[in-house]
Ligand binder design. Structure first.
Ligand code: ADP
Ligand code: MG
Length: 252
């Protein structure tokens, strides 16, 4: 039985002449966290952005290869990217809530996808905030600005916003790196919870974090995946010398 949620085959990404991602093939399982690690500039964010076609927005970026969800190759130009980004949510390094109320941040996506009934929207807002471990802190201030929240709360709001449109996959690019240690550990706890329901792919430069939150780890170096294996294996007994050198802090 296969639990593969997303299958990437021979993916390459170019910025003009420069190849930032080189022939990467990786499978991502449902209900699992996969960490992407590697030194700065090795193509982790570029790879992650191509998974929900965010690189389409960068002029001069060219992508080749296949990205399969079930029997659909989402790298096909015919793919509806709006629907795609509903299925594959994204959380960025810096929390980027809309300049709207907490409620409206969550209700925006479902409303955009056609849900108009107020009761139903209320329910989605409560469920999403609850899943993002933010309900108790916000239930009495739903109509206040999202910008009145702390950085850590804003990041959990962004996670709630991505959950609100029922994705199956959530991409996170260094989601805790702009946060203080307490907020950061709350995000880690939240990821452990969300894993029960979603396929999560997280870029992190923090190797302790990768070891704590993920079950699988891919080590990127200069656009290539050097090694992909169980997180335990990567951090205790990697096959490749370059992986060992990186995780033991010899470079990067
Ligand atoms: N929008 C862009 N235009 C041109 N080059 C880019 C762009 N974004 C990233 N790059 C280049 O692609 C390479 C990979 O970058 P990135 O994916 O951001 O790496 P990482 O997330 O691992 O730090 C780097 O050399 C970077 O300078
Ligand atoms: Mg990056």
């Amino acid at each position: 039985m296969s639990n593969i949620e997303l299958s990437v085959k021979d993916l390459s990404v170019y910025y003009g002449e420069k190849q930032a991602v080189k022939n990467v093939s990786l499978d991502f399982e449902s209900k699992q966290v996969t960490a992407l690690i590697g030194p700065s500039g090795c193509g982790k964010s570029t790879f992650l952005r191509s998974l929900n076609r965010m690189n389409d927005l960068i002029s001069g970026a060219k992508i080749t290869g296949e990205i399969w969800i079930g029997d659909e190759n989402i790298n096909d130009p015919k793919t509806d990217v709006v629907l795609l980004r509903q299925r594959i949510g994204m959380v960025w390094q810096r929390p980027n809530p809309f300049h709207k109320s907490i409620y409206e941040n969550i209700a925006f996506g479902p409303r955009y996808h056609g849900i108009k009934d107020r009761k139903k929207l209320d329910q989605i807002v409560e469920e999403s905030l609850t899943k993002a471990a933010l309900w108790d802190e916000t239930k009495d201030r739903l109509h206040r600005s999202a910008l009145s929240l702390s950085g850590g709360q804003q990041q959990r709001l962004c996670i709630a916003r991505s959950i609100a449109v029922s994705p199956s996959i959530i991409l996170m690019d260094e989601p805790a790196s702009a946060l203080d240690p307490v907020s950061s550990s709350k995000i880690e706890e939240l990821i452990a919870e969300l894993k029960k329901e979603y396929c999560i792919i997280i870029v992190t430069h923090n190797m302790h974090q990768a070891a704590r939150v993920s079950q699988k780890t891919a080590f990127f170096l200069m656009g290539e995946v050097v090694e992909f294996d169980d997180t335990d294996k990567i951090f205790t007994n990697p096959k490749e010398k370059r992986t060992d050198d990186y995780i033991s802090g010899r470079f990067g």
